[in-house]
Design a binder for this molecule. Sequence first.
Ligand SMILES: Nc1ncnc2c1ncn2[C@@H]1O[C@H](COP(=O)(O)OP(=O)(O)OP(=O)(O)O)[C@@H](O)[C@H]1O
Length: 254
Amino acid sequence: MIEAENIVYSIGGERILANIYATFQPGKITAILGPNGAGKSTLLKCLTGALTPDNGSVFLDGKNLWDYSLDALSRMRAVLSQSAPVNFPFTAHEIVTMGRNPYSFDKTDAWNSEIADDALALVDAWHLRDRSFPTLSGGEQQRVQFARVIAQIWERDEAYLFLDEPTSALDLKHQHHLLDLVQRLCREKRLTVVIVMHDLNLAYHCTDNCYFIKEGWIRGGGASRELINKDVISEIFDLAPEYAAMRFGGELSE
Ligand SMILES: Nc1ncnc2c1ncn2[C@@H]1O[C@H](COP(=O)(O)OP(=O)(O)OP(=O)(O)O)[C@@H](O)[C@H]1O
């Protein structure tokens, strides 16, 4: 379980996150939703330890995030960032194998390579294994990067998976395929999954819980099927109620 207690984060005197309290449960997918610039990625970075909050603490299984060694963290949590530019001509297989770096001393290269192949196959990208990563399309790169993060926590139950807009470059089929896979891994391995996303339909159908953030504040949290509705969407995204009803009324409530 992840517990965020009173997270405050500022940049240059500007408050980006204010008094964030949030809980993320094992075996559940929790979405962080909200408008552009609301603070979603910043919160995710505070939860992973990539950013240090000005105030507040993050606890993983009751222990402060800062009390874990980097080695321990790299074996228990994997992070898919919004963008991870790669300029060198690594192959897709080499990129996924990088997810196995925490195990380079206690597992053989052959074992790590096999897991990288299995992870590529899981995301329908095995056929890309020997392609140069920078030459792949945006969606192909996103699938390969996702394979890298699942390779990182491959043998681990109850790991933490942080995903920042993992489907932003994917076509419809691969969006559903990836989220089905996240759901399956989450249930089977009791992963704690935190996912930043913009597609409210996908969030409604594929996540268990959600938090809405606006202007750095949490404006609501609860079960996705209850909280993601036309009234909340209208308020959080400053949409006219009739537009929100037309766009999200029947679709979400079915
Ligand atoms: N390094 C930085 N320097 C200055 N401002 C920053 C920096 N990083 C983030 N911000 C600002 O903090 C706010 C929150 O950014 P964040 O990336 O968390 O938003 P977000 O909710 O993830 O947005 P989006 O949906 O557009 O990805 C934004 O106004 C952004 O411009």
